[in-house]
Write a protein that binds this ligand. Structure first.
Ligand code: DGL
Length: 293
């Protein structure tokens, strides 16, 4: 099993390839994305930050999310991340262009990748009818970032987007199998069934946890697309082309978990989302974040 470490930000800078990949999300949901990264890139070290004190992100404004994401990025850069992954769909949709610009302005040479583009690419490749559905938070749907990403690949493909205001919180509370949850899921599937989509993008970190229920409601011929696998391949590609793959050739990397809220609650919930024990979780106060290293 991989080691869980608590190395401090004041440790001397390791060589670039040996630095961790920084991953962040509004809370524990991004652990479904981290899972795919661990499968694809077992030799890498990861530092994961969940902004649990400010969860949920799904109905916040783009300005708020850009501010939160910038603070988190500062913290991950202080912890010497060699690549940044925005595992959160709402934060990617609202803030990725701002983060990309900010990274281009610095001389740190650290790239930032989000979940929208890889999912859109995968969905366009999967559809046979040219009709794709999207389930996501209100913030993600309102950003229209999936529409832009899909039409950049193929402008003839149509996207039916359905905003799901309560679904992530229902799943996070562990209520995904009660009547209210089933009714909520059934309701959000209606516009997708009416539009006759053959591919559905799960545009929120929490939704892979209910993919069996979604598959039953949408039918066996609908392909469900989640962000983890496609993003992990993009991360692998980015590390290889930038000469940043960890030189470790076998074994497993180190993981570090940080959160802005209650560490014990993160550890308990996170274990359910990642399906393995998280070990120690460190509390971070983002108001105290200083300039990047
Ligand atoms: N990580 C968030 C997302 O994917 C979960 C939902 C939320 O924070 O509202 O949008």
């Amino acid at each position: 099993m991989a080691r869980v470490t608590s190395a401090s930000s004041s440790d001397p800078a390791p060589e670039p390839r040996a630095r961790p990949i920084g991953v962040f999300d509004s809370g524990v949901g991004g652990l479904t994305v981290l899972h795919e990264l661990l499968v694809q890139l077992p030799c890498e070290d990861f530092v994961y930050l969940g902004d649990t004190a400010r969860f949920p992100y799904g109905e916040r404004t783009p300005e708020e999310l850009a501010g939160f994401a910038s603070q988190i990025v500062e913290e991950l850069l202080r912890r010497r991340a060699k690549l940044l992954v925005v595992a959160c769909n709402s934060a990617t949709a609202a803030a990725l262009p701002i983060l990309e610009r900010r990274m281009m302005e610095t001389t740190l040479g650290v790239d930032v990748l989000g979940v929208v583009r890889p999912e859109a690419l995968q969905a366009v490749a999967a559809t046979r009818t040219g009709r794709i559905g999207l389930l996501a938070t209100p913030t993600t749907v309102a950003s229209r970032s999936y529409e832009r990403a899909v039409s950049a690949v193929d402008p003839h493909v149509t996207l039916t987007a359905v905003a799901c205001p309560t679904l992530a919180s229902i799943i996070q509370a562990g209520q995904q199998f009660d009547e209210r949850a089933v009714d909520t899921v059934r309701e959000v599937c209606v516009p997708l069934l009416e539009a006759g989509v053959d591919t559905v993008i799960l545009g929120c970190t929490h939704y892979p946890l209910i993919s069996p229920m979604l598959q039953r409601m949408l039918g066996p011929s609908v392909t469900l697309i989640s962000s983890g696998g496609a993003l992990a391949r993009q991360v692998e590609h980015a590390l290889s082309t930038r000469g940043l793959r960890n030189p470790r050739e076998q074994g497993e990397g180190d993981y570090r978990f940080l959160c802005t809220g209650d560490t014990e609650a993160f550890r308990e919930l996170g274990t359910r989302f990642l399906q393995m024990p998280l070990g120690t979780v460190e509390h971070v106060d983002l108001e105290q974040v200083g300039a990047p290293a």
